[in-house]
Design a protein around this ligand. Structure first.
Ligand SMILES: NC(=O)c1ccc[n+]([C@@H]2O[C@H](COP(=O)([O-])OP(=O)(O)OC[C@H]3O[C@@H](n4cnc5c(N)ncnc54)[C@H](OP(=O)(O)O)[C@@H]3O)[C@@H](O)[C@H]2O)c1
Length: 265
């Protein structure tokens, strides 16, 4: 999506993939500055190391403890951002036409990197209610403590059992899958059968090649619930990266078309 964006804006640059060994992120970023790079996306497993390697950390990235976008300014200073939360807000608005602050939100996998970013963003938005679930419960217990300091959102931790999920689903509007479940065809279903209704909005951070539905997507379709997969988040967090790099609006249509053809390929 970034190369079509660069072409659409007439920017003489290329977006390339570089593999960096663990423990050498700071060295790699300095090399990129010397080589005239304008910006960088950082992915697993480097998001935490990148936080320590940049010169200026955006407050949201600081709260999240992870950097996934680096912009290089004219003086070669490295500015670190996290675009997952802001990309989530834009995606929910585009997909469902609503603001996160007006919703009661349930996050499955809130203890992972992406789920945590969404949870923090929901708390900063003062959403109506936040329900956190994670296979490893201790991770969300710590997160809930941190979220208390960010806003006024009432936050509940729920055990990952069919009974507690069924009980809490009638009290939420938006369900977010922040787990990695759904990437593989034979992944276990996330929710008990029949748990969704046509009142639910379902936001899957996972996407599958060619736009194939995840099992959560299939469950949403059967229930008549509105559903969006992770390709929308990928687009919007990428657009926000582009804006940090070039200080101009991202050419969303070109990026959307580029992403669609890459996912089909
Ligand atoms: N669309 C996008 O732009 C975008 C952006 C970011 C991430 N993502 C996607 O979001 C997913 C999570 O990414 P991440 O960076 O947050 O990964 P991560 O930090 O490794 O977190 C993985 C999460 O999945 C949970 N999990 C894994 N296997 C599970 C299972 N069998 N049952 C229940 N929970 C399970 C983990 O629970 P434990 O804590 O118990 O291990 C944890 O909460 C990935 O699929 C990634 O591709 C998409």
């Amino acid at each position: 999506m970034h190369n079509p964006a660069l072409a659409a804006c007439g920017i003489d640059a290329q977006y390339i993939r570089v593999q960096v060994p663990v423990g050498r992120v700071a060295e790699a970023l300095r090399t990129f500055v010397q080589q005239g790079f304008r910006g960088i996306n950082v992915t697993i497993p480097h998001k935490f190391e990148a936080l320590d390697a940049v010169d200026v950390i955006d407050p949201l990235a600081q709260v999240l403890g992870a950097v996934n976008t680096v912009a290089i300014d004219e003086d070669g200073q490295l500015h670190g951002y996290n675009t997952d939360g802001p990309g989530f807000l834009r995606s929910v608005k585009e997909a469902f036409g609503v603001e996160v602050r007006d919703l009661r939100v349930l996050i499955l996998g809130a203890g992972g990197g992406a789920g945590r970013a969404v949870a923090v963003q929901c708390a900063l938005e003062n959403c109506q209610h936040l329900v956190l679930l994670n296979r490893t419960r201790t991770k969300v217990e710590q997160l809930a403590g941190e979220i208390e300091t960010l806003g006024t959102t009432p936050t509940t931790i729920v055990d990952w059992t069919d009974e507690s999920l069924l009980a809490v689903l009638s009290e939420v509007d938006l369900i977010v899958n922040g787990t990695s479940l759904g990437m593989k065809v034979d992944d276990a279903p996330l929710l008990p059968a029949g748990a969704l209704t046509d009142k639910h909005l379902v936001f899957d951070m996972v996407y599958r090649p060619g736009g194939q539905l995840t099992s959560l997507g299939e469950a949403a379709r059967e229930a008549g619930a509105r559903y969006v997969d992770g390709a929308t988040l990928l687009l919007h967090q990428g657009a926000i990266s582009f804006e940090h790099w070039f200080q101009r609006p991202a050419p969303l249509d070109a990026m959307r078309a580029g992403l669609a053809s890459a996912l089909i390929a």
